[in-house]
Each structure stands twice: as structure tokens, then as C-alpha cells.
Write a protein that binds this ligand. Structure first.
Ligand code: HEC
Ligand code: HEC
Ligand code: HEC
Ligand code: HEC
Ligand code: HEC
Ligand code: HEC
Ligand code: HEC
Ligand code: HEC
Ligand code: HEC
Ligand code: HEC
Length: 326
């Protein structure tokens, strides 16, 4: 009954608004000449959040505690923000008069079917640039992700960032199952422990570096936290300079220290047995297994393997550290 009444009021107000709008349109000679300015094609107008809450009070219960609600209601910077609900959902006059027509309100749920570009445009009117400078054309944008695939501004589901799930990684894992598995491996970056997140290395909104890396190269991603690996070194180890993932997997690995393979195989991938001493190293009769049946195990396969001698594998600053032994 209450809703019915207020709806009547809204409708009456709308009629008035429509009349004013029509006057404004037809009053101008240029517009009067336009062939189809029928009232139905007039753009929807703002009705204000009070109108929305008549029917959507439940949605407001959680929304009321979010940053948007606080900013838009208490300290709006411009007219769009002042519209509160309609700042995101677009002007609602038509929706209010015909609630089941899906063309009449911008929704961010998959079921409603508002085109993704239209949804994202709503958010980007206020959030263009900054971290989203490279959103257009990014992997996520071109795979038709909506802002609302990761964000839910209707509630505080996460401590910050208005995310869909409680944490950044849980939000990403909804689509990236393989990465969830990688972070479960024996050696992994401390993402599951909460010491860092996907965002420390990636910018999910887009970047100029594949795959959505936060910095200009893999190494530039790693240096802020592993500064001692940046150097400069008197003696540099070429593959370290080139790319950390020559030897490390960035998410997780079942080998020690996130290594892509076990040692000494790791080193032997590049240090061909025919060059220098590695060629005489690690013959079949020098393995741990052969040692058990009376052979002589090579000291070079024990423990840290090649690194028993070549300890400074990321680079050396010792005058005679050219072979990374010191
Ligand atoms: C007369 C009651 C009424 C008013 C007033 C009203 N709505 Fe709705 N709205 C509905 C109903 C009912 C639906 C669901 C229609 C359906 O599911 O077919 C709906 C659907 C929606 C949806 C889509 C929900 C989804 O599932 O994706 C959004 C968004 C929305 N309304 C926002 C608003 C906003 C913003 C306002 C204020 C401008 C507003 N509504 C005013 C009744 C109303
Ligand atoms: C900052 C932008 C923003 C504002 C402001 C906003 N919404 Fe939403 N709304 C969204 C997004 C995004 C979703 C989709 C959430 C999801 O993925 O479930 C949504 C979902 C909805 C839905 C459908 C799902 C649900 O939670 O029931 C309704 C109805 C709705 N909003 C109404 C409102 C009303 C009413 C207001 C004002 C009190 C409002 N919204 C303010 C962005 C906004
Ligand atoms: C009318 C402008 C406007 C629109 C539209 C808008 N926002 Fe915002 N948003 C803001 C303002 C203002 C803040 C407060 C922080 C700030 O000043 O940057 C904010 C903050 C945020 C934050 C940070 C929250 C936090 O806890 O740090 C996220 C995430 C966000 N918005 C996502 C969205 C998404 C997703 C949409 C579209 C569904 C959207 N916004 C639509 C103005 C807007
Ligand atoms: C693939 C997931 C994903 C998508 C898609 C996404 N975001 Fe985000 N967004 C995040 C994550 C993760 C954060 C960081 C949250 C934190 O720091 O806790 C974030 C933070 C933000 C922030 C707050 C920090 C800042 O940059 O000011 C805003 C605003 C924001 N996103 C807006 C958007 C808008 C607008 C879109 C759509 C064009 C969008 N996001 C799409 C994952 C996403
Ligand atoms: C709604 C699903 C969805 C969510 C949520 C999502 N992604 Fe994605 N992501 C995709 C799709 C689709 C692709 C492109 C296809 C692929 O490579 O699997 C992609 C690709 C990527 C790529 C590879 C980019 C490239 O250039 O190859 C990275 C990195 C990435 N996502 C990180 C993230 C992070 C970090 C989050 C959480 C903040 C996240 N994604 C959340 C769907 C999602
Ligand atoms: C320590 C930095 C770091 C963290 C933390 C991190 N990534 Fe990555 N990620 C990378 C690097 C570096 C690559 C590039 C690997 C390559 O080129 O082979 C990558 C690649 C990817 C790819 C592309 C496919 C692949 O595996 O090569 C996806 C998707 C991805 N990351 C998602 C995630 C998600 C989701 C999270 C959080 C749960 C996350 N990443 C956390 C550094 C990181
Ligand atoms: C945001 C900071 C941060 C970034 C960025 C980062 N790391 Fe880490 N890394 C850590 C922390 C924290 C640990 C855990 C140290 C500990 O537990 O003692 C760690 C551990 C490691 C380890 C040792 C793992 C083990 O089992 O002991 C390796 C190897 C590593 N990181 C390589 C990388 C590489 C390669 C990159 C770039 C793709 C990178 N890190 C980027 C913070 C970071
Ligand atoms: C040539 C292969 C190789 C490359 C390339 C490489 N690493 Fe390593 N890294 C190793 C090996 C082997 C270990 C194990 C060291 C040990 O057991 O003492 C290691 C260990 C680490 C550790 C943990 C132990 C420590 O020394 O702090 C971190 C962190 C690390 N690497 C970061 C990096 C970063 C960052 C890069 C890129 C700048 C990089 N690594 C490039 C081979 C490599
Ligand atoms: C991705 C390939 C790659 C991997 C993996 C790799 N290296 Fe290297 N290493 C190189 C290259 C390239 C050089 C530079 C060779 C040159 O300057 O002639 C080099 C140089 C060296 C040198 C100095 C030799 C010289 O001639 O100056 C030593 C010692 C060395 N590596 C040991 C190791 C050890 C030990 C490992 C395993 C922990 C390892 N490398 C893993 C590519 C690799
Ligand atoms: C017992 C100590 C020791 C072990 C273990 C060891 N090396 Fe060496 N390595 C040396 C010494 C000593 C040199 C020569 C240094 C010199 O000539 O200045 C050397 C030289 C090298 C060189 C440069 C060869 C050249 O022709 O200049 C490479 C490459 C190398 N080692 C790789 C490896 C790899 C790969 C492993 C593991 C499979 C390994 N080393 C294990 C002691 C060791």
C-alpha cells in the first residue's frame, strides 16, 4: 500500500519532469525539426535515491556501510555523485515506471544482461586513468570482464577494495584455478600466508607488460622486495640479469626455493657438459645411488650441488668472483 502510494507520487512527479523536458526539447527550433522526438525516446532522468529505496531497501542494508555510500551521501563532489544509486545504475525514471524492462536500468549482474562495455563505462566515468590507464585493450578487458567480476560495491565483502570475495587471491581464484594449485606447492611465494598478494606483482586492471605485470619486466617486479639481487655486481650471471624466471617459477614449485628444476639439472640445462669441468661431472658412477653400491659419489651432487662451490649464483662483488665461488 505504502509503495503503491509513493509510486503514484513518483509517477506524478515524473509526468511533470517529462513535461518540462518535452517543453525544453520542442521549445528549441532545431529540436522541433527533428522527425522523431517522441516522448518514449526521451532519455531517462534521475529520480533520486529515495525513490529507489522504496523498493530496494534490502540492497541498502549493506550498501550503506560502503565507501561509496559515505562519500556520495555525506560529501558528494559533483552532481553525479549526489545521485547515489543512479551514479552507477544510471538515471532510473524509466525503470521506476516499468521495473521488468531490462533496458531501463543498468545492472551489473550477469543475469540482467546489460552489455559489459556499458557497465564498465559507468564505473570508468569516475575511475578512468590511474591504475586503470591500460584497462582498454588489457587481457581482462578484451576477455569481456566487467568491473563487477572482481568488485561488488553493494557490500563490504573485503576489508578494502570493495572486492567480491574476502581477499584479493580468493577473488582471482574464482577464475584462476591453476594458480590456486601453484600456490599450494611445497615452495611458494607467501601469498597463502597473507604476506603478499597477486597485486604485488600484477595489475589486474591492465599494464604494458605481459602477463599484466605491474612493472616493466619480471626483474623489475622482483627487485623492490629482493633488492640484494638487483646488484650492481662486478661479476654478473647473465641469466639472472635477463630474467629471474629462467630459474624460478614466480608462483610456486615443488623444488627447493621456487626453482624450476632440481639442481644440478637446473644448471646443466645451460652449462653444456662439453664446456669446462661440468663435462666431467655427474657421470653415472658418481651419483648417490652408485655410492651405495661401492662407487664414489661426486662431492658436486651433494646438498646444494654446484652451489657448494659456486655460491654467489646471483652475482659476485669479489674481485676474483668471476666464477661465482665467492
Ligand atoms: C517500483 C519499485 C521499484 C523502484 C522504485 C525501483 N526498482 Fe529497481 N527493480 C524493481 C524490481 C521489481 C526489479 C526486479 C525486476 C525483475 O527481476 O524482473 C528491479 C531491478 C533492479 C535492478 C536489477 C537487479 C538485478 O537483478 O540485476 C537494479 C540494478 C535496480 N532495480 C536498481 C534500481 C534503482 C537504482 C532504482 C532507483 C532509480 C530502482 N531500482 C527503483 C523495482 C523497483
Ligand atoms: C558504486 C556503484 C554502485 C552504487 C552507488 C550502487 N550500486 Fe547497486 N550494484 C552495483 C554493482 C556493481 C552491482 C552488482 C553486484 C554483484 O555483482 O552482485 C549492483 C547490484 C545491485 C542490485 C542487484 C543485486 C542486489 O544486490 O540485490 C540492486 C537491486 C542494486 N544494486 C540497487 C542499488 C541501489 C538501490 C543503490 C542505492 C542505494 C545502489 N544499487 C547503489 C553498483 C552500485
Ligand atoms: C560518480 C563517481 C563514481 C562512480 C560512478 C563509481 N565510483 Fe567507485 N569511487 C568513487 C569515489 C569518490 C570513491 C572514494 C575513493 C576515492 O576518492 O577515490 C570510490 C572508491 C572506489 C573503490 C575503492 C574502495 C576502497 O575501499 O578503497 C573501488 C574499488 C571502486 N570505487 C569501484 C567502483 C566500481 C566497480 C564502480 C562501478 C560499478 C564504481 N566504483 C563507480 C566514485 C565513483
Ligand atoms: C580482475 C579483477 C579486477 C577487475 C576486472 C577490476 N578490478 Fe579494480 N581492483 C582489483 C583489485 C585486486 C584491487 C585492489 C584491492 C585492494 O587493494 O585491496 C582493485 C582496486 C580498485 C580500485 C581502488 C584502488 C584504486 O585504483 O584507486 C578501484 C577504484 C578499482 N579497482 C576500480 C575498478 C574499475 C572501475 C574496474 C572496471 C573498469 C575494475 N576495477 C576492474 C581487481 C579488479
Ligand atoms: C571472471 C574471471 C576472472 C577473474 C575473477 C580474474 N581473471 Fe585473470 N584472466 C581471466 C581471463 C578470461 C584471462 C585470459 C585468458 C587466460 O589467460 O586464462 C585472464 C588472464 C589473466 C592473466 C594473464 C594475462 C596475459 O596477458 O596473459 C593474469 C596475469 C591474470 N588474469 C591475473 C588475474 C588476477 C591477479 C586476478 C585477481 C585480481 C584475476 N586475474 C581475476 C579471467 C579472470
Ligand atoms: C611474486 C610475483 C607474483 C605473484 C605474487 C603472483 N604472480 Fe602471477 N605471474 C608472475 C610472473 C612473473 C608471471 C609470468 C610468468 C611467465 O612469464 O612464465 C606470472 C604469470 C601469471 C599468469 C599467466 C599464466 C602463467 O602462469 O604464466 C596468471 C594467470 C597469473 N600470474 C595469475 C596470478 C594470480 C591469480 C596470483 C595471485 C593468486 C598471482 N599471479 C600472483 C608473478 C607473480
Ligand atoms: C611484495 C614483495 C615480494 C615480491 C614483489 C617478490 N617477492 Fe619473493 N619473497 C617475498 C617474501 C616475503 C618471501 C618469503 C621470505 C621468507 O619467508 O623468508 C619471498 C621468497 C622468495 C624466494 C625464496 C622461496 C623459498 O622457498 O625460500 C624466491 C626464490 C623468491 N621470493 C623469488 C622472487 C621472484 C623471482 C620474484 C619476482 C617474480 C619475487 N620473489 C617477488 C616477497 C616478495
Ligand atoms: C641461474 C639461475 C637463477 C636465476 C636466473 C635467479 N636465481 Fe634466485 N636462486 C637460484 C638458486 C639456485 C637459488 C638457491 C640458493 C641457495 O640454495 O642458496 C636461488 C635462491 C633465491 C632466493 C632465496 C635465497 C636467497 O638467496 O635469498 C631468492 C629470494 C632469489 N633466488 C631471488 C631471485 C631473483 C629476484 C632473481 C632475479 C633477479 C633470481 N633469483 C634469479 C638461482 C637463480
Ligand atoms: C638459463 C641459462 C643458465 C642457467 C640456468 C645457469 N647459467 Fe650459469 N651462465 C649462463 C650464461 C649465459 C653465462 C655466461 C657465459 C659467458 O659469459 O660465456 C653463465 C655463466 C656462469 C658461470 C661463469 C662461467 C664463465 O665462463 O664466466 C658459472 C660458474 C655459472 N654460470 C654457474 C652456474 C650454476 C652453478 C648454475 C646453476 C645454479 C647456472 N650457472 C645456471 C647461463 C645459465
Ligand atoms: C667442487 C667445487 C665445484 C663444484 C661442485 C662445481 N664447480 Fe664449477 N668450477 C669450479 C672451479 C674451481 C672452477 C674453475 C674456476 C676458475 O677457473 O677460475 C669452475 C668453473 C666452472 C665454470 C666455468 C668453466 C669455464 O670453462 O670457464 C662453469 C660454467 C661451472 N664451473 C659450472 C658448474 C656447474 C654447472 C656445476 C654443477 C653441475 C659446477 N660448476 C660444480 C668448482 C666447482
Amino acid at each position: 500500500m505504502r509503495i503503491q502510494n509513493s509510486l503514484c507520487i513518483i509517477r506524478a512527479r515524473l509526468a511533470a519532469v517529462a513535461a518540462v523536458t518535452a517543453l525544453a526539447l520542442f521549445g528549441s527550433p532545431a529540436m522541433a525539426a527533428a522527425p522523431e522526438s517522441a516522448p518514449e525516446s526521451a532519455p531517462a532522468t534521475y529520480v533520486g535515491e529515495k525513490a529507489c529505496l522504496q523498493c530496494h531497501e534490502p540492497a541498502n542494508k549493506h550498501f550503506g556501510h560502503t565507501l561509496h555510500a559515505k562519500v556520495f551521501r555525506l560529501n558528494p563532489k559533483n552532481d553525479t555523485e549526489r545521485q547515489v544509486c543512479e551514479a552507477c545504475h544510471g538515471p532510473g525514471s524509466k525503470h521506476v515506471s516499468k521495473v521488468d524492462d531490462k533496458n531501463f536500468i543498468i545492472s551489473f549482474t550477469r543475469e540482467w544482461g546489460t552489455p559489459i562495455e556499458k557497465q564498465n563505462t559507468q564505473c570508468l566515468q569516475c575511475h578512468k586513468g590511474g591504475q586503470r590507464l591500460h584497462w582498454p585493450g588489457s587481457t581482462h578487458a578484451s576477455n569481456k570482464l566487467g568491473c563487477s567480476d572482481c568488485h561488488n560495491p553493494m557490500a563490504n565483502a573485503s576489508a578494502k577494495g570493495l572486492l567480491k570475495k574476502a581477499s584479493i587471491s580468493e577473488t582471482c581464484y574464482t577464475c584462476h584455478q591453476q594458480q590456486r594449485a601453484e600456490f599450494k606447492k611445497r615452495s611458494h611465494m607467501p601469498v597463502p600466508e597473507g604476506k603478499m598478494s597477486c597485486e604485488d606483482c600484477h595489475n589486474p586492471h591492465g599494464s604494458t607488460t605481459k602477463p599484466l605485470l605491474k612493472a616493466d619486466s619480471v626483474n623489475e617486479v622482483c627487485y623492490p622486495c629482493h633488492a640484494e639481487k638487483r646488484g650492481p655486481f662486478l661479476w654478473e650471471h647473465a641469466p639472472v640479469r635477463e630474467n629471474c624466471i629462467n630459474c624460478h617459477s614466480p608462483h610456486g614449485s615443488n623444488h627447493d626455493k621456487l626453482l624450476v628444476s632440481s639442481r644440478p639439472q637446473l644448471c646443466q640445462q645451460c652449462h653444456s657438459p662439453s664446456v669446462g669441468h661440468p663435462g666431467q661431472f655427474f657421470r653415472n658412477d658418481q651419483t648417490a645411488a652408485s655410492a651405495l653400491i661401492g662407487g664414489a659419489q661426486s662431492a658436486r651432487v651433494i646438498g646444494r650441488s654446484c652451489q657448494n662451490c659456486h655460491t654467489q649464483i646471483h652475482g659476485s662483488n669479489h674481485p676474483s668472483g668471476a666464477r661465482f665461488q665467492r
